[in-house]
Every structure is written in structure tokens, then in C-alpha cells.
Write a protein that binds this ligand. Sequence first.
Ligand code: THU
Length: 160
Amino acid sequence: MKVLQNQFTAYVFDNQSELTPEEQELLQTAATFTKNAYAPYSQFMVGAALRLDNGQIIGGANQENASFPLCICAEQAALSHFGSNYPDQKITQIAITATSKKSALDHPVSPCGSCRQVLCEYESRQNQAIEIILQGNGGPIFKINSAHDLLPLSFDGSIL
Ligand code: THU
């Protein structure tokens, strides 16, 4: 028997002042996008902001539906907008944050499994890592080097 081991690394920052000004701006943009969430069912408003390699920032917010499985996550809203409008650019970073009417959210908000898979597709497609910056509504910040770090043994198109 052999053992496959995977080491996961997240860099933890106490607050935004420890980030670069560009990263602070990205997280603050993600926070602004939480205001565009349509989340009448969960009351959980997520914002995602992408930094492109031309420096531009674009964002998205979760869009819920009374038919719950049709809800669109903030990350996927932002990534679909990116893919549809900036196909020749690359994404260097994504910041994700949220607010909730039910809890303080003082810990980082992590992308769901489905968003991790979609992030990995964009990362593979552009052949360049996407750095991930996570924060709750305040509290510590996690920085992760690559979407693939969040999805070991991911399924990808090379098998098809
Ligand atoms: N949500 C996101 O926008 N991103 C995630 O990665 C996890 C969950 C949204 C979907 C739904 O509108 C609400 O958060 C509660 O699950």
C-alpha cells in the first residue's frame, strides 16, 4: 500500500491592513457586491470579486430562486460574467465574503464544492493559478495560492 498525502496551506491574516492595497480593494469590492445579492430565502449574501491581469475588477453576487437548486453562487455569477465578457483576460485573484442576517460571520467564508470545481476549470483553462482571498463580515482573512489547493484529486477535462 502507498499513501498519497496532500499538504494544504492557507496564509492567515488578522485584518485587512496586513494585505496589499490591491487585495484590500478586492475584498472591499467583494463586500460591496454582497449588496447586490438576491437572497430572500437564505438571507446569506455573498459577494465575489475577480482581479484580472489588466488590473480590472469585476464582481458577482448570489442570485437565489424559489426553486432552490437553481440558486447561483456569487463566485459562479462573477466567473460566468468574466468568461462571457473578458475571454482573453486571465484572473489573478478572487476575493469572497458574505454577510448574514442570521449570524455575525466573523470567520472566513469558503467557496462551496461546486464553486471550487468551477474555479478549477477557469484555472486550468488559463493555465495560471487563481489566488483566493476569504473573509467573513470582518474577522481573520485566509489566503490560498490556488483553486486546486481547495480541491485535491479534482476531476478535470484531461480525462475526457
Ligand atoms: N453561496 C454562494 O454564493 N457561494 C458559495 O460558495 C456558497 C453558497 C450562496 C448560495 C445561496 O444563495 C446562499 O449562499 C446560501 O447557501
